[in-house]
Design a protein around this ligand. Structure first.
Ligand SMILES: Cc1cc2nc3c(=O)[nH]c(=O)nc-3n(C[C@H](O)[C@H](O)[C@H](O)COP(=O)(O)O)c2cc1C
Length: 440
């Protein structure tokens, strides 16, 4: 008998017109095109909707570049809104915090370009402003355009992760440089802070040094919840050591299970409770009134994705110009090192390889997230089957249009999953980490 697994849910977003779906800004139901997508009200609405659905969190990806990787020109990225433009998501977290009370609020921030003191201060402040609801998706940036925007040259994967380890170590020491009870605020004495409870860190590393202490008081969670996305051996080791949750894209449950088992065993080896590292697998729901209607909606959406947009976004994410390949050759046969990281996304359910064009088309539709298509009941069935086969722990959901898709999921699929005991019926705690560790 299959395991009956709880589902933790997060909602994927980008502060821009295109999220995972490169049809989104063109979709007739989307209002977030033209200049509409940079109104903060849109994102507040998404956060409130996800709170109504009792999601663990909303989550922003973040890239700091417009890609010229495909063909060497900026034109495809700009023409097809290939995750561009992309505004900074961090300021939006404060807007969203002001209009919600419980849902977690997470954003990506790269370790590749800034000093850890700045990032430790930023996320400690956000932890205060959100009252313990902030999450930091710790990424290392691999696209040469992003490195060039910061006047740098792209570093290789292992080196970027070595730097990320040190980066987070500095942040953790800074977050711990204040004791919980350091602020005494005794007006009569007068004494605002007990200096015995605030320490320098005097960190001297290979990449960074920092004297400390942080000039932010200890925050509700003692720093943000840590999220991670990246599946190389170094990426997995990093996640197992630090992450509260991992965003993973594994279209086949068999690969999802392999990744989850490996992360849990690495977490155990690192002396952590494996249940404290949650795997959230990307999924793109398309909900119809009937099965046929859902398939129609899927076609309507997918036909709005130009193949060139798919080639451009896949080239950007691999930092490899796919224009040099034959679109009809099997993608999984390629041996270039840059093309190996996403190998599991090149495979059909039966394990055979898609062609380059097929992989690119899928990447344009959903960045490789499996599309979960059907009535609300059937979407719930499919999510159940996936999570049971993977062993856990939930999903990073991504919409095909906005507004509309997220509301459909919350109004139609959540009640069904609640009936089945798969998702929470109320928040038990107040922080994002409480949500990720909640059992029901
Ligand atoms: C699902 C997923 C989401 C990612 N999101 C971002 C992002 O928003 N911004 C970013 O700069 N890098 C992002 N990355 C890139 C990773 O941080 C990392 O550089 C890349 O995956 C290479 O590491 P790996 O070989 O361990 O996967 C993402 C990676 C994955 C797998």
């Amino acid at each position: 008998m299959a395991e009956r697994t709880r589902m933790h849910l997060a909602q994927f977003m980008i502060h821009g017109p295109t999220w995972h779906s490169h049809a989104m800004w063109r979709h007739p139901k989307t209002t977030a095109h033209g200049d509409d997508w940079f109104r903060p009200e849109l994102y507040e609405h998404v956060a409130r909707t996800c709170e109504r659905g009792l999601f663990d969190m909303v989550f922003f990806a973040d890239l700091n570049y417009i890609s010229d990787t495909f063909t060497g020109s900026l034109d495809p990225a700009l023409r097809y809104a290939v995750q561009a433009p992309e505004h900074d998501p961090i300021p939006l977290l404060s807007f969203m915090a002001a209009t919600t009370k419980r849902v977690g609020l997470a954003s990506t921030f790269s370790t590749s370009h800034h000093h850890p003191f700045y990032v430790a201060r930023l996320f400690a402040t956000l932890d205060h402003l959100t009252r313990g609801r902030v999450g930091w998706n710790v990424v290392t940036s691999l696209n040469h355009n992003q490195a060039a925007n910061y006047g740098e040259v792209r570093e290789d994967n292992d080196l970027r992760y070595d730097r990320a380890h040190e980066f987070i170590e500095v942040c953790q020491q800074l977050w711990s440089s204040w004791d919980d009870d350091a602020v005494v605020a005794d007006r009569a004495a007068p004494q605002f802070v007990d200096s015995d409870k605030v320490r320098r860190i005097d960190y001297e590393g290979r990449f960074f040094s920092s004297r400390g202490p942080l000039n932010v008081t200890r925050s509700p969670m003692g720093g943000p919840a840590i999220l991670q996305a990246g599946t190389s051996p170094k990426g997995r080791a990093f996640a197992a050591r630090y992450a509260d949750a991992i965003f993973a894209i594994q279209p086949r449950p068999v690969d999802a299970r392999e990744l989850r088992d490996d992360i849990r065993s690495r977490a155990d080896d690192a002396g952590r409770n494996p249940d404290h590292v949650k795997l959230l697998f990307g999924a793109q729901p398309i909900i119809g009134e009937s099965e046929d209607h859902a398939i129609e909606l899927q076609h309507e959406h997918n036909e709005l994705v130009p193949l060139e947009a798919g080639l451009a976004i896949l080239s950007a994410h691999l930092d490899f110009d796919l224009a040099v390949l034959d679109p009809d050759e099997p993608m999984a046969d390629r041996t270039e090192p840059e093309l190996q990281r996403m190998r599991t996304r090149y495979l059909n359910p039966d394990g055979s390889s898609m062609t380059v064009a097929e992989v690119a088309q899928k990447h344009g539709q959903s960045v490789g997230l499996p599309q979960i298509v059907g009535t609300a009941i059937s979407v719930a069935d499919q999510l159940e089957a996936f999570v049971d086969e993977a062993g856990g722990d939930g999903f990073m959901l991504s919409p095909v249009h906005c507004p509309g898709s997220i509301e459909d999921f919350v109004d139609q699929v959540i009640p069904e999953l609640q009936r089945r005991g798969r998702v929470r019926i109320e928040y038990a705690g107040t922080t994002i980490r409480d949500h990720l560790r909640q059992e029901w």
